[in-house]
Design a protein around this ligand. Structure first.
Ligand code: AMP
Length: 280
């Protein structure tokens, strides 16, 4: 596996590959890898000649300094995992490489309110920072295909809008959410859950599924209130639980049995914030 830390070097390498007719797939991550991340690498390997995985804890997308400081970092283990799955290139840039002083890396895209709903309400500035880093990493690695997880559904939609709005020449691929045996969505943050909260956090996915199973029934608002109450009863602190349109993320008030929806939740388990969603 090739390891790059400099933007100029990886830019040149992927360009050379593409000049030889090879395709490049790219999975951006913040490290502390788990099988969910590795599934993006596997999906890229299946469809491209060269697979690049970046490990970069992006400071501009953290609205909470404590969360940034405590974000798990484990580069040695990450490198071993990437080698084991046959990733071709690991990219581990410094903050200075991604955001060189004097370079304006901000991205302006009209998202039609998509960035103000759900996560956007609770994590101000998060999506601006996320778009900034994904845009910058696309510019540096110029992949043919970009692999992102459904786990961060709103993030995926926003990146899709950004790619369309800026006419970026990259195909975005959505990969399914990988889960632990009990249904908890895999997340780097799960490692910070105390065992008792690790157990309690299963209720998030259960609640999403139990609501999805009631699709089309009367009183969606009552059903959601009941879901919130169940999360609280499990000692979690929900921030939102909403059924939304899967392309605009506008909140749905009336649902039908044959409609397509996504249900999304964010909840705190002790001091760890978890998110999950189910398309149904
Ligand atoms: P992160 O390192 O959390 O920023 O995530 C990097 C990428 O991995 C994003 O595209 C995530 O959506 C994706 N990802 C994170 N967790 C999972 C999961 N459990 N299953 C599939 N993809 C995931």
């Amino acid at each position: 596996m090739k390891i790059f830390t400099r933007t100029a070097a990886i830019d040149q390498y992927t360009r050379l590959c593409q000049e030889k007719g090879q395709t490049v797939g790219f999975a951006p991550t913040m490290g502390a890898l788990h099988d969910g991340h590795l599934s993006l690498v596997a999906a890229s390997k299946a469809e491209n000649d060269i697979t690049v995985c970046s490990l970069f804890v992006n400071p501009t997308q953290f609205n909470d300094a404590e969360d940034l400081r405590k974000y798990p970092r484990n580069h040695d283990v990450d490198m071993r995992m990437l080698m084991d799955v046959g990733c071709d290139v690991a990219f581990l840039p410094s903050v200075r490489e991604v955001y060189p002083p004097g370079l304006d890396t901000k991205v302006q895209v009209d998202l039609n309110g998509l960035d103000r709903r759900l996560e956007g309400k609770f994590r101000p500035g998060h999506f601006d920072g996320m778009m900034e880093v994904v845009h910058r990493l696309i510019r540096i690695t110029h992949p043919n295909r970009l692999y992102m997880g459904q786990k961060d559904y709103q993030q995926f939609l926003i990146v899709k809008h950004m790619i369309d709005a800026l006419n970026l020449d990259v195909e975005l691929v959505r990969c399914p959410t990988l889960r632990e045996g009990d249904g908890l969505a895999m997340s780097s943050r799960n490692t910070r859950l105390a065992p008792i909260y690790r157990k309690k956090s299963v209720e998030i996915n259960r609640t999403l599924h139990s609501i999805a199973a009631k699709k089309g029934q009367d009183n969606l608002q009552d059903i959601l209130q009941h879901g919130i109450a169940k999360l609280k009863l499990a000692d979690l602190r929900p921030e939102y639980l909403e059924v939304c349109d899967p392309s605009t993320l506008e909140s749905v008030n009336v649902w039908t049995e044959d409609g397509e929806y996504v249900i999304l939740a964010a909840a705190w388990a002790d001091n760890i914030r978890l998110i999950d969603n189910v398309l149904f």
